[in-house]
Design a protein around this ligand. Structure first.
Ligand code: SF4
Length: 92
């Protein structure tokens, strides 16, 4: 008999690599100058697969592509109760 997979509480998705800052403590120092971002289809596929209670978007800086993160939040809210954004909070 197969065991039922454990439900994932929080899924952390690195949606974008880019960031305007260059903090010395950044865990993403090797990729913040890269311009890649995860496609909305891939985001939805991953969330549908794991159906986490919480989705956390991180980067880079998630607010640099406002329309993209807004769409990602809309998609995530169809499947998960809580959506979190990791942002440095400076709107320049
Ligand atoms: S992602 Fe966060 S920690 Fe890294 S450089 Fe940007 S603001 Fe700093």
């Amino acid at each position: 008999m197969r065991n039922k997979p454990n439900k994932i509480k929080r899924l952390v998705i690195k949606i974008i690599d880019t960031c305007q800052h260059n903090c010395i403590y950044c865990v993403n120092n090797d990729s913040i100058s890269v311009t890649g971002k995860m496609s909305l289809k891939m985001i939805e596929d991953i969330i549908k697969k794991f159906l986490p209670e919480e989705v956390e978007f991180t980067g880079g800086e998630v607010a640099l592509d406002y329309e993209h993160i807004l769409s990602a939040v809309r998609i995530s809210s169809k499947y998960s109760k809580f959506i979190m954004l990791n942002t440095y909070g400076i709107m320049e």
